[in-house]
Design a protein around this ligand. Structure first.
Ligand code: UT7
Length: 337
């Protein structure tokens, strides 16, 4: 009998503060019209300054564990995907582990930016299928609001990002047939030759100074993400379209057989371009970017949780997820919910 993995619980947490485009207009030399038209974003959630990434992760984890109806002590591995960690080291998974009071089990950070969910899912699925673990807590958490250049210089990036966390409990089970809920497949890719298309240069050992950051770098804003938005847009459409097509082909499934598609949402226009390119039937792509902004690794699981909570995603449905982001990294997955 072979083993597969299935999602048995999902939960999310969005900080209570909702930031509208109009509020950003006051500081960023931007406009509600520009943001809606170019990116489709209307609001995003931003955390309280006292909150940490692992706090967001903890709240989402509690909900996922409750829904999974397992005892927290049954979790035997924690994977956290984030590009906005509590501290440079140790990993945010360790901080979350301490808050969950689950010492001893492995706690791993995934640093794959917008593709973080798919990379984390791929790890969880493989560990479960190998028989090494029975229950994996997978958490995607982002706290961007402390990492944004909130001066007009940063307007190209700072309008995009929101805070939030989503968690899943995945369980290993004996294979019950093709129609049973399970992760069918994951595929992950990267191309580091584009690493500096979207990156945060400082502080870093790659910087030519003994303290990883200096006053000149701070003045230049190198502690904030730097992005070539146009190039990323083009690569995102190409890689996400191909990754989704490859995923469906590998599983011998047609696009029409997929009930819902969850794309990483950096910009609604990217999602629309993929929909158009692949001729996706209307209503199949589930978007939350209008409300949440770009929440990097958390985007896809936040979308899935939103769809479950609103009764759109039901048990037995077939879903595909696709992401692209900094690295470049990209990937896809096919799941029977
Ligand atoms: O999740 C991580 C991966 N990231 C992405 O996938 C992002 C992909 N890229 C994008 O979504 C888009 O490139 C952006 C939304 C970031 C930018 O849109 P764009 O259409 O590529 O704008 P642009 O950077 O080429 O700038 C066009 C104009 C410029 O003005 P001029 O030179 O034409 O006068 C910018 O200065 O828009 C201006 N601009 C803004 N205006 C108002 C740039 N940002 C803003 C802003 N508000 N926030």
């Amino acid at each position: 009998m072979s083993i597969c993995s299935e999602v048995i619980g999902i939960g999310s947490y969005l900080p209570s503060k909702v930031v509208s485009n109009q509020e950003l207009e006051k500081v960023l030399d931007t406009s509600d019209e520009w943001i809606r038209k170019r990116c489709g974003i209307q609001t995003r959630h931003w955390a309280d300054t006292k909150e940490t990434t692992s706090d967001l992760a903890l709240r989402a984890s509690h909900k996922a564990i409750e829904q999974a109806q397992i005892d927290p002590s049954d979790i035997d591995m924690i994977i956290v995907a984030t590009v906005t960690p509590d501290h440079e080291f140790p990993g945010t998974a360790c901080f979350l582990q301490a808050k969950l009071e689950l010492p001893g089990i492995p706690a791993i950070d995934v640093r794959q930016q917008c593709s973080g969910f798919i990379y984390a899912l791929s790890q969880a699925d493989l560990y479960l299928k190998s028989g090494a673990y029975k229950n994996v807590l997978l958490v995607c958490a982002e706290l961007h609001s402390k990492c944004l250049d909130l001066t007009p210089r940063g307007r190209g990036l700072s309008i995009l990002f929101g805070d939030g966390a989503a968690a899943m409990v995945l369980r290993a089970k004996d294979y019950e047939g093709k129609e049973a809920s399970q992760v069918y497949s994951t595929a992950i890719h990267s191309d580091g030759s584009f690493a500096k298309m979207l990156w945060c240069p400082a502080p870093g050992n790659g910087m030519p100074c003994p303290t990883r950051i200096d006053a000149g770098m701070l003045e230049e804003g190198l502690q904030f993400p730097q992005m070539n938005g146009r190039a990323i847009f083009t690569h995102a459409v190409r890689h996400m379209s191909k990754s989704l097509t490859d995923c469906l082909e590998a599983n011998q499934v047609s696009l029409d057989e997929v009930d819902l598609l969850f794309f990483h949402q950096a910009n609604l226009r990217i999602c629309e371009a993929i929909e158009k390119q692949l001729e996706v039937r209307p209503g199949r792509v589930y978007n939350t970017i209008q409300e949440y902004g770009n929440t990097t690794a958390a985007t896809i699981p936040l979308g899935i949780e939103h769809a479950v909570r609103n009764g759109v995603l039901k048990k037995g449905m077939l879903i595909a997820t696709v992401a692209f982001g900094s690295g470049f990294t990209w990937g896809s997955s096919l799941i029977r919910w």
